[in-house]
Ligand binder design. Structure first.
Ligand code: DON
Length: 305
């Protein structure tokens, strides 16, 4: 069974009382200005139809959700061997911006979805693409079918002004030889990717390839069926940082969160989803958004497990 609009609306109504319990990300000052009571959900079915409820057409900062699509791009540009010698496939069990494991593990990040891993992926994109900022934006426009998407320069600049921790991560990796380009340039690329603005509708459509064995909503194959399964496996184990186990237990779908309050999720073969609520829990994942996905999964009787 797939959800209908009435079901999505009732899910949002049920989780709305949770608004006020989380905290909007404020370490990027421009993100702190987003109204905390926004709430939206969109679902794209395997047949390609999109439905939604609440603020599902309103764009927000995709932040770490961009890491999924940057990984997809890296998979298109590098061999499996080249890619996975630079970044691991294991859950980190640590916050998304943690530095601690990197020192012990010789500058090789645990997975592509924590900041260290995404910075290595951005470094790899910088090495092979002449305009990596523009190319990810174009990929997101293509996948979502929305030619008007932009990367918010104010948010990117705001993050750049508070980039000490990400810069420290990048320099530590450089000291181990696992970072090849100019740190400042790669940071700006990474922030530009994070600052792309998309709605729940855009993101549910962009994530469609994950439920459709690698074929996009526009009918193009960008990654293989096997690569799509690999991305979904990494999302299930590492997409929600140190909250990945809790998310697997409660929601039961591969997913990826961002500090803008968005979460994408996928039921392979059936649907791709996106929720948005800016208030975050202690792991940096949307508080009401997780609850909405949990409730929807329960109502639909869906889990990949
Ligand atoms: O690197 C950062 O801090 C942000 N641009 C992205 C972090 C993020 O979205 C983590 N997600 N929960």
């Amino acid at each position: 069974m797939l959800p209908d609009k009435a079901l999505l609306e009732s899910v949002l109504d049920e989780v709305r009382p949770l608004l006020g319990e989380g905290k909007v990300a404020d370490y990027i000052p421009a993100l702190a200005e987003v109204p905390s009571d926004k709430l939206g959900i969109a679902v794209c079915s395997a047949e390609g139809g999109v439905i939604g409820a609440g603020d599902w057409h309103e764009p927000f900062s995709i932040q770490s959700i961009s890491k999924v699509f940057a990984l997809m791009q890296a998979m298109m540009l590098y061999s499996e061997e080249e890619l996975w010698q630079r970044v691991g496939k294991e859950p980190s069990g640590n916050p998304f911006n943690s530095l601690v494991q990197l020192e012990f593990e010789k500058g090789v990040p645990r997975n592509p979805f924590i900041n260290a891993g995404a910075l290595v992926i951005s470094d790899m994109l910088e090495s092979r693409l002449s305009a990596p900022r523009q190319r990810l934006l174009e990929l997101m426009r293509d996948l979502s079918g929305n030619a008007h998407l932009i990367s918010d320069k104010v948010v990117a600049a705001s993050e750049y002004q508070h980039s000490a921790r990400n810069a420290a991560i990048a320099y530590l990796m450089k000291s181990f030889g696992n970072f090849h380009n100019d740190v400042d340039q790669v940071l700006q690329t990474y922030f530009s990717h994070c600052a792309i603005r998309m709605s729940c509708a855009d993101l549910a459509k962009a994530a469609y390839f994950l439920c459709n064995q690698g074929v996009t909503l526009g009918g193009r194959r960008l990654v293989s069926e096997r690569q799509t399964r690999q991305i979904n496996a990494l999302l299930a184990t590492s997409g929600l940082y140190d909250g990945a186990g809790e998310f697997a237990y409660r929601v039961g779908m591969p997913g990826k969160s961002g500090v803008g309050g968005g979460i994408i999720a996928v039921v392979p073969g059936e649907m791709s989803l996106c929720v948005w609520s800016p208030e975050l829990d202690d792991s940096g994942n949307s508080h009401a958004g997780t609850a909405a996905l949990e409730l929807l999964a329960k109502r639909l009787g869906r889990s990949i497990f």
